[in-house]
Design a protein around this ligand. Structure first.
Ligand code: BJW
Length: 237
């Protein structure tokens, strides 16, 4: 069975990573577009670096850990009879820390930096600033977080689109369904004949598009859904 799972900020909320559009918005007083767009970075690079430095520090500080939803998806990826494509919009590394391999980071990775001069992508666990030096080319004031901002092309779309066209089941977990192209994946999967399931704390912009929606915290509902799916595939095999 081919399963494609798309995760969003909601799956990491119970790990202590604030969501984007919740009442505990990540950056009080700033619109997401101001800190997550190339024009915002060009206008005020220091502000944008500060925004990502704070989130990187939270991620590496020890208080943020994978939760049962991340672990359940790692378990699913190892199950016989299931081919899982795990796509995340999140730039954290919580899926990897829970044991998932080959995670498709549609919107990039917080623990990497990219050089605007030479294009190199390098590991990054420290603060970035305009004074940072690219470890690949030695340039100054040319590093940016390796993330996808509004107006930029998300990563890995060809492979994700191929996986969606083969999917028997598509599941979206903890995403508001407001940001494209990810918000359109449910329609692509349905067009390919997949069954579609949404797991979210509350109704999302895309809820009406799914065959089924389950409401509740990912940390509870995802392990339950994985148990159900594995029990079902065992019965069939
Ligand atoms: C829980 C929970 C719990 C809470 N348990 N659930 C139409 C078509 C195509 C494109 C566009 C279009 N219209 C406009 C566009 C352009 C634009 C776009 O979508 N804009 C919208 C605002 C309208 N898109 C782009 O620019 C993208 N690029 C692009 O389109 O390129 C051209 C292209 C065209 C056609 C095909 C292919 C390409 C790029 C988008 C980049 C988004 N970047 C960001 C920042 C990344 C770096 C960073 O993290 O800082 O990505 S913005 C931000 O939003 C981040 C997230 O990944 C993304 C989605 O947010 P997410 O994950 O859904 O979080 P929230 O907070 O919104 O929702 C959390 C959910 O969890 C809620 O529903 C809660 O209820 C739930 N929840 N706790 C379960 N415990």
């Amino acid at each position: 069975m081919n399963v494609v799972v798309l995760t969003g900020a909601g799956i990491s909320a119970e790990s202590g990573v604030p969501t984007f559009r919740g009442s505990d918005g990540l950056w009080e007083g700033h619109r997401i577009e101001d800190v997550a767009s190339p024009s915002g970075f060009a206008r005020d690079p220091q502000l944008v670096h500060q925004f990502y430095n704070g989130r990187r520090a939270l991620l590496t500080g020890g208080s943020v850990q994978p939760n049962p939803a991340h672990f359940a998806l790692a378990r699913l990826s190892r199950a016989r009879g299931i081919h899982l494509t795990l796509v995340t919009q999140n730039i954290d590394d919580l899926h990897e820390r829970a044991g998932s391999e080959d995670v498709r980071h549609l919107h990039g990775e917080l623990l990497k930096a990219r050089c605007n001069r030479c294009g190199a992508v390098t590991p990054c666990r420290e603060d970035l600033s305009r004074a940072s030096i690219c470890p690949a080319c030695g340039g100054i004031d040319c590093l940016r977080p390796h993330v996808v901002w509004f107006g930029e092309m998300p990563f890995g779309l060809d492979e994700i689109s191929a996986a969606l066209s083969r999917a028997d089941l598509f599941v979206a977990i903890g995403t508001s369904g407001l940001v494209y192209p990810a918000a359109g994946f449910v329609a692509w999967a349905k067009e390919a004949g997949a069954r579609t399931l949404e797991i979210n704390l509350q109704e999302s912009a895309a809820s009406g598009t799914f065959h089924e929606s389950r409401r509740g915290p990912a940390g509870e509902l995802v392990p339950r859904w994985v148990d159900e799916l594995l029990a079902g595939t065992k019965d069939q095999g």
